[in-house]
Ligand binder design. Structure first.
Ligand SMILES: C[S@@+](CC[C@H](N)C(=O)[O-])C[C@H]1O[C@@H](n2cnc3c(N)ncnc32)[C@H](O)[C@@H]1O
Length: 340
């Protein structure tokens, strides 16, 4: 089963990605992930929690824990679980939540823990899939696909046309699911599987599958670049939406922690289908600070992290073609703590 076949269903796509790519990847490189990313995140969060309230009085909404729920796992001096009275895990992937619960089962008798299968994008993730899929279906050449995707009004008209309404709906639904309780700490940790990345990967697979033997590399690259721009602008819109939703779920003196990757940097040197050396998740780095500052909250902490992924030797091919981002690469990851 490939990502291409799941482009019609956003939840199934995320689930497939978790089980076929994310889990084996973490399995192969757990030590590297741990030292480059999760230990530093836990360290910052732990310091922040202990300096902002008496330990044990916090409650946590943990968004996108995935199958590993890495923030809460035991490492070194102990789990962050001890800092919370109540924890809610929210992820679109029910199987991932079950695995996360298993992984945390040893901690469960110490904390009030529950798990919710919930799509934090509302309809936006599915609409991004539809946008890519409909564009592929409506076009007969790579040039045509690139041209359609280059239309700047596409995202606003087909994905984010009703942001305010979706925000009200989602906040209301989440509110009911968590019995109208607010959290002192909302953490979102989607990192590289930022909600638009898997649709983008599925689009790319579909493109290669259909055109790799007929279109030139230049044309494929140009088309992928147009799809990447759509994804970057989706990420900007979604980050703003997501932050607002999490802020709604936070107590007045609480804070939101956002962890997400801002670029993927290729360090492998082999020949690849695309010559991209760096893919940025956002059109500009300034936009992130602006999005967060526009809400009137202050950025209490900001940390640049990196996440080393796919070391040399993890050789994955797609339809016989070595794929560049399965070669060695790192992600630049940023962590923001935002509150009043
Ligand atoms: C890279 S994983 C992070 C997982 C975790 N940090 C780990 O290492 O296992 C991204 C997580 O985001 C979740 N996710 C992606 N899109 C989502 C959405 N729209 N709503 C809720 N969760 C989503 C995925 O299911 C996945 O568990």
């Amino acid at each position: 089963m490939s990502l291409t076949e799941k482009l019609s269903s956003y939840p199934e796509l995320q689930q497939l990605y978790n089980s076929q790519i994310h889990l084996p990847d973490y399995g192969a490189f757990a030590a590297q992930w741990e030292s480059s990313l999760y230990s530093p995140i836990r360290f910052v969060l732990s310091n922040f929690l202990s300096s902002h309230a008496l330990a044990g009085t916090h409650s946590l909404l943990y968004c996108a824990p995935g199958p590993h729920a890495p923030l809460l796992r035991y490492r070194g001096t102990g789990s962050l679980v001890a800092q919370f009275q109540r924890i809610t895990l929210v992820d679109i992937d029910l199987n991932a939540l079950r695995l996360a619960e298993q992984n945390l089962s040893v901690l469960q008798d110490r904390v009030n823990l529950d798990a919710l299968a919930f799509d934090v994008t509302g309809p936006f993730g599915q609409r991004l899939c539809d946008l890519y899929r409909h564009t592929l279906e409506a076009s007969t050449t790579v040039g045509e696909i690139a041209q359609r995707l280059a239309d700047d009004s596409l995202l606003a008209s087909s994905v984010f046309a009703d942001v305010e309404q979706v925000l009200t709906e989602l906040t209301g639904r989440l509110d009911i699911l968590v019995a109208h309780r607010r959290y002192s700490c909302c953490v979102s940790e989607m990192v590289a599987s930022f909600t638009g990345s898997v649709p983008w990967l599925a689009f790319r697979s579909s493109l290669y599958k259909r055109f790799s033997s007929t279109a030139s590399l230049e044309k494929l690259d140009a088309c992928l670049a147009a799809a990447t721009k759509v994804w970057q602008r989706y990420n900007e819109n979604f980050l703003s939406f997501h932050f607002t939703l999490l802020r709604e779920m936070t107590t007045r003196d609480g804070f939101v922690v956002l962890v997400f990757d801002t670029s993927k940097v290729f360090t492998g040197g082999r020949s690849t289908l695309t010559e991209l050396k760096r893919i940025n998740s956002f059109g500009s780095q300034q936009i992130i600070r602006k999005l967060l500052a526009d809400r009137g909250d202050k950025i209490m902490q900001h940390k640049m992290l990196s996440w080393i992924d796919h070391l040399e030797g993890f050789d994955v091919k797609l339809y016989g073609i070595p794929i560049s981002d399965f070669q060695r690469h790192t992600h630049d990851v940023q962590m923001y703590v935002v509150g009043e």
